[in-house]
Design a protein around this ligand. Structure first.
Ligand code: SF4
Ligand code: SF4
Length: 148
């Protein structure tokens, strides 16, 4: 990867490896979401069944789309459309012209810092595998305006 590529090149010029390295490993995009008829988005404290909650990494990244049809691929064209990405998300930050946070692994060199700072879902998420479908609504932790 090129030195400090995130500061020197726009998102559209990143290599695949650099694009992947931008992910801070927070796991927030792997929380389940419901969209209601008014366009609001409910975010649950329940993570996709494939998320390894301790590491906040996908348990089968190579096969994720085959195994989880709702898994959404984050591509350059979709960063701005994914309004539900957390403000902390590295892709959203760069797309909005902001800098990476000091706790980001590329800046800090420490992949644990995203957890210690409470950015990741490690401390609160429960796995979808542990929550019956009819109890999912009990786990709503935020309602987001879809345009917000
Ligand atoms: S929200 Fe962004 S930074 Fe966090 S895991 Fe998802 S893609 Fe990576
Ligand atoms: S399949 Fe993997 S990347 Fe996709 S939402 Fe689930 S844990 Fe996240």
């Amino acid at each position: 990867m090129r030195e400090r590529f995130w500061e020197r090149f726009p998102l559209e010029e990143l290599t695949d490896e650099e694009w992947e390295a931008l992910c801070d490993g927070c796991g927030q995009c792997c929380l389940l979401k419901f969209q209601d008829d008014e366009g609001d988005l409910a975010v649950l404290g329940v993570a996709c069944e494939l998320l390894d909650i301790d590491s906040c990494r996908c348990g089968d990244y190579a096969n994720r789309f085959a195994r989880v049809p709702d898994c959404q691929q984050l591509t350059l064209a979709r960063v701005e459309a994914f309004r539900w990405l957390p403000k902390s998300c590295a892709y959203r930050r760069l797309a909005e012209g902001r800098k990476l946070a000091g706790w980001h692994p590329l800046i800090s060199g420490d992949p644990e810092r995203v957890h210690r700072k409470g950015i990741s879902v490690r401390s609160f998420a429960v796995s979808q595998a542990e929550v019956p479908e009819d109890e999912l609504e009990d786990h709503i932790i935020a309602i987001l305006p879809i345009d917000g």
